[in-house]
Write a protein that binds this ligand. Structure first.
Ligand SMILES: Cc1cc2nc3c(=O)[nH]c(=O)nc-3n(C[C@H](O)[C@H](O)[C@H](O)COP(=O)(O)OP(=O)(O)OC[C@H]3O[C@@H](n4cnc5c(N)ncnc54)[C@H](O)[C@@H]3O)c2cc1C
Length: 453
């Protein structure tokens, strides 16, 4: 049975899907958005709510000087030059207008306070993530041009004789025609162990936290039509997750305040100031895929309960930290040989004193910020840390208009994609706020482009 045709069909109701729906409706086009779960929101609603924008009024209010050009340089550097510069440029060109557009839809941002992973200046703009999705959804529905169906998984794409996409097939075999385009906004595949085993076997033992719908449906639909994939080898977990914590609570980054990371043998294994995604790779290569962040009282006191990754106090209250009056006492509790841990800390402190870390080249607390400090005055703390996979940062190749591309670079007619289902933007690693940022920036572009296609 074919239901009434609309201009644009959207698969998935996370930040990318609702941004696309609002932008398409504003273009104006008629839109049908299908969400597989009883509630839309996806990983977006669970997320830390950090978005990376540059050159905003909130940065200026806090005396932060930033620009799209600086954001471009940082994104390319964090991505190890393996990201598609055209997509990065598109993000940088569109992000400021998207920030204003989100505010226009009622989204509220907190003041910009901290420098985060991969950022040369503070540019994390924080929202209540579930609220942001609700605002986008409400604004889209208020246009009167969007119909929304929850608990209605899209099972496949309809194509014509030329291979162009003409609509979608729902799970109950109902067909919905799209006169202009279909937008895949179905998120990543962190909840699909088979795909994780294929593309990131090194992370199989990590903790996985993502929306239950993150099963790679859009990836499958796109590749069935010959879409190309990119960045598939760059899936990364985030360092700093307690191994027994499967809540959507974020990781803890005591390392960015001066802690060191040691493995179960009591040895440092990485320059702790690099992106917490690269730290994720490093910890997964350690025995038992785990380690500890080691800090003293002075570092502990610099925690910040306004920032989830720096909220040491709450984690202490939750009993997630080990605490020892001396390093020897701490070592006994975490089953590391005491003299090995003491020697590791002594060596590190000597590097802080000389300003040279011959082992791993650490020069700052995080990225190029913050002066290193010694770990010397008890009590001492250890936070067990493995990696958590929040998302899959790779997927369908798209162009700057978000059209899905084949390996030869030709677009699949009538098919667009945005958000975590796409690859190419992050490259080898990810800057804090750039995944949610990518969902709204490219979701908005996808909606506008699909509506005029
Ligand atoms: C705990 C956590 C914290 C995070 N923190 C941050 C952060 O602070 N900053 C940041 O930049 N990134 C963060 N991320 C990553 C970021 O949230 C995601 O990459 C981004 O929100 C993805 O948005 P999306 O719209 O593409 O996908 P999603 O938000 O996952 O939405 C996809 C939607 O599609 C639906 N769907 C899937 N298949 C189908 C189908 N066949 N038919 C219909 N519907 C379907 C899903 O159910 C889901 O609702 C975090 C992720 C998690 C899990």
């Amino acid at each position: 049975m074919t239901l009434e045709a609309v201009d644009v069909v959207i698969v998935g109701g996370g930040a990318a899907g609702w941004s696309a729906a609002l932008a398409a409706a504003q273009s104006p086009a008629s839109v049908a958005l299908f969400e597989k779960l009883p509630e839309s929101g996806g990983s977006s609603a669970l997320s830390g709510g950090c978005l990376a924008f540059a050159g905003t009024d909130l940065q200026a209010q806090n005396g932060v000087s930033d620009s799209p050009e600086q954001l471009f340089r940082d994104l390319i550097e964090v991505g190890h030059h393996e990201n598609d510069p055209a997509l990065v440029q598109t993000y940088c060109d569109a992000q400021l207008a998207t920030y204003d557009w989100l505010k226009g839809a009622g989204v509220r941002f907190s003041p910009v306070i901290e420098t985060a992973s991969g950022q040369s200046v503070p540019r994390v703009h924080t929202v209540d993530p579930a609220d942001m999705v609700r605002m986008l959804k409400a604004a889209a529905l208020a246009t009167g041009r969007v119909t929304y169906q929850a608990q209605e998984p899209v099972a496949g794409l309809m194509i014509d004789e030329s291979g162009g996409v003409t609509g979608v097939r729902l799970e109950d075999d109902k067909l919905v025609s799209a006169t202009k385009a279909v937008i895949l906004a179905s998120g990543g595949f962190a909840k699909n162990p088979e795909l994780i085993e294929r593309y990131a076997p090194q992370y199989l033992e990590a903790v996985f936290v993502a929306g239950a719908g993150s099963q790679g449906d859009g990836l499958r639909m796109g590749t069935e039509l010959g879409a190309d994939l990119c960045d598939m080898t760059h899936i990364k977990g985030t360092f700093g997750k307690h191994p027994t914590d499967e809540t959507n609570d974020h990781s803890l980054q005591a390392v960015y305040k001066g802690a060191i990371a040691v493995n179960q043998d009591g040895q440092r294994f990485v320059n702790e100031s690099i992106s917490y995604k690269l730290l994720g790779d490093a910890v997964m290569a350690q025995p038992w895929h785990t380690g500890y962040q080691i800090l003293d009282q002075g570092i502990f006191d610099t925690g910040d309960d306004r920032v989830r990754i720096l909220d040491f106090g709450r984690r202490l209250e939750e009993g997630l930290f080990y605490v020892g009056e001396t390093l020897e006492d701490l070592a006994r509790q975490i089953e590391i040989e005491a003299d090995v841990l003491v020697e590791t800390v002594r060596r590190y402190n000597s590097y802080v004193e000389t300003g040279q870390d011959p082992e791993f080249g650490r020069t700052h607390l995080v990225h190029t910020h913050g002066q290193l400090c010694k770990i010397e005055a008890g009590p001492f703390y250890a936070y067990p840390s493995t990696a958590v996979v929040f998302g899959t940062y790779c997927g369908l190749r798209i162009d700057c208009d978000t059209r899905v591309l084949r390996p030869d670079g030709s677009p699949i007619k009538g098919l667009f994609a945005a958000g975590e289902v796409t690859g190419g933007f992050h490259g080898a690693a990810y800057m804090t706020g750039s995944a949610l940022g990518k969902a709204v920036v490219f979701g908005r572009i996808a909606g506008a482009q699909a509506a005029v296609s």
